[in-house]
Design a binder for this molecule. Structure first.
Ligand code: 8X3
Length: 253
């Protein structure tokens, strides 16, 4: 059956790489993001290969999410089978005593509320379609471990892990599969956002070893969604060869 996937945060990084790989494999796309221009760019890049529509919203804005997902035309809703909850970010890498509540709020809003807002709007569509479906949640090595200066980022990704497990239990009876994907260091705009545009600090994160690329995670996501119907990939953790935990790296200087 022809798949259609809704991808949040699809204008950059892992989300964009996933959109490109899905298009390559003939999966139609509902591209979601905050930045209209970037959405149009990705749409024009991929529309030669598959059907593409775009939705502009911020995952943390509940009303915008509801309105945007309600506005999906019926013929697209009927074909929607895959949700990729990719949008999310880290804001700051600071000790608990130095970090700001604004940064904590931003991470909770995008990484936790965002996943809930989008999933609560999309799940009824999947259920109404009656064909099962597949939800992929982007967690992190930070969802498996806690590291210094990452208390709340790690907390949000621990929440994603719990949400993935809980969704898998509750959606079992609907035939909807849930996959949790937990990457380690992936070279994207992630660190630039975490360090609030400080390119020097962001680049340093990925120096001295070969980090994962966005396409490596897209590859894992595609693997999960392309298994036979009876196979459910529950959880995948992907690290660079030079990473052993959230904080242990084999860096060459
Ligand atoms: C991003 C990876 O190692 O900064 O989720 O937590 S890490």
């Amino acid at each position: 059956m022809q798949k259609t996937a809704l991808i949040t945060g699809s204008t950059s990084g892992i989300g964009k790489a996933t959109a490109e790989l899905f298009a390559h494999h003939g999966i139609d796309l509902i591209l979601c993001g905050r930045r209209a221009e970037r959405l149009e760019e990705v749409q024009s890049e991929l529309k030669e290969k598959v059907k593409v529509m775009t939705l502009q919203f911020d995952v943390s804005d509940r009303d915008s999410v509801v309105n945007a997902i309600n506005s999906i035309p019926e013929e697209w809703k009927k074909k929607l089978t895959v949700l990729i909850n990719n949008a999310g970010n880290a804001h700051g890498l600071d000790s608990f005593q130095e970090a700001s509540l604004d940064d904590f709020d931003s991470m909770i809003d995008s990484n936790v509320r965002g996943v809930l807002n989008v999933s609560k709007s999309v799940v009824p569509i999947l259920i109404a379609n009656g064909q099962g479906g597949h939800i992929v949640n982007l967690s992190s090595i930070a969802g498996k471990e806690t590291y210094p200066k990452g208390s709340v980022y790690c907390a949000t990704k621990h929440a994603v892990e719990a949400i993935s497990k809980g969704m898998r239990m509750d959606l079992l009876s609907e035939g909807i599969k849930v996959t949790n994907i937990a990457p380690g260091a992936v070279e994207t705009e992630f660190s630039l956002v975490r360090f609030k545009g400080d390119a020097h600090k962001a680049d340093a994160v990925y120096q001295g070893f070969e980090p994962l690329r966005a396409v490596d995670i897209a590859d894992a996501i595609y693997y999960a969604v392309s298994r036979p119907d009876h196979v459910q990939i529950a959880d995948m953790t992907l690290l660079p060869k030079a990473q052993a935990s959230g904080t242990i790296f084999n860096k060459k200087s």
